[in-house]
Design a protein around this ligand. Sequence first.
Ligand code: ATP
Ligand code: MG
Length: 423
Amino acid sequence: MREKLSDPTPGFEPLTVPRREHPISRSLIDPYALKILYRLNRHGHTAYLVGGGVRDLLLGRQPKDFDISTSAHPHEIKALFGNCRLIGRRFRLAHIFFRGGKTIEVSTFRTISEFGVEDGPLVSDNTFGTPWEDAFRRDFTINALFYNITDFSVIDYVGGLKDLEEGIVRCIGDPAVRFREDPIRILRGVRFASLLGFDLDGESTCQIQTSGEEIWKGAMPRILEEIVRMMARGTARSAFLLLEKLGLLETLLPEVTTYNQREGAVPYQDLLGRLDARFLEGSEPEPWLILSCLLYPLFDSSVRSSGKTDLVHLAKEVVSGPANRLQIPRKIQDRVRQVFAAQVRLFSLGAGRFRTGTLLRKSYFNDAFKLFEIVAAGSSEGQELVLRWKELMDGSKQQSPKKGKHRRRKRRGGKNPTPPLAG
Ligand code: ATP
Ligand code: MG
């Protein structure tokens, strides 16, 4: 557990930027978050908008969520808001619920982060802290800025404003210590750098390059969650390249680095760039689709080299290593395997010995087609196939399905199906 910080040197004052000198207007802040800030403030508590919300507003980006930190203790927050539930065993956080399913998280200023602490007894009040301590327990300087509702100023204890300006994701404190406390911060650093197009600071970069293996000391579900998060917002390509540069790809997915060194390997950059395009068109890719894109070239290469026809088995072989290492949930593994096996058929339209109608009716067809669109768009033949499948899909929608009666179609002979990804 991180030691309690000693108080700041006497006279230490944070940098305070008045409203007229920053771009955060109240109209950009969620009205429910504003309500909470005002109510806390009216009842004599300090209340700040914190974290990614402040960072994103300063950068002119739309925040994903608005978090609040306050001097009010959890029971005081609960007393002020009827629609509030306290959660967390070691650190009590307040979740305030609003109509439409919106939840805003309110935490009391504290000395240590909830992450990187060992299993321990129920929370005790000695984790509560000052705004100064609350800023320093955060991970990166750009994530530790506060927006003060009393005078609409931005408060910076850690040099985050300068780093925002210079495009640097900088660890607060010594990266070796902060990454040891919570190894997931390594992946969070990659996430913020790729999301914002920033550079990781030099010390953190060195630390990760030399001790990337430390990542395995983090909680497994959080590792997988972060891999998915860093690739979900139109950022798969940039996150992948940064993981590769930092040596983390080799740690997390060594089979991908081996594949990449092979002659004729399909460039991941292109494939992931097409995954990112989906996000820009408005749909955030699901975890199974992200993992499918990361593993598909391995499956494709394995189909080509082994010539095996038991595709489901082959998909299992390819997926099992990464799935065991990253503890990919069984449901996602099954989905990825099914979707992989279906690619071979999708690519062999007009050549394979199968009925298109049967494939179209499969429960997993839509998922398989999502991956197919991304993979196939890499070649003009693939794009042509996508169009032909779309015509077939339109045609099948127009025909009312006759349950139990399948029309017999003459099978067309053809070459052994092989997806043209590595061509
Ligand atoms: P996003 O836009 O993805 O929500 P975020 O910066 O808000 O990014 P969150 O995971 O929502 O990230 O966390 C909110 C804030 O809590 C962070 O900005 C950071 O200040 C702090 N925080 C979160 N995780 C950690 C951690 N592992 N260690 C230290 N501080 C953390
Ligand atoms: Mg957030």
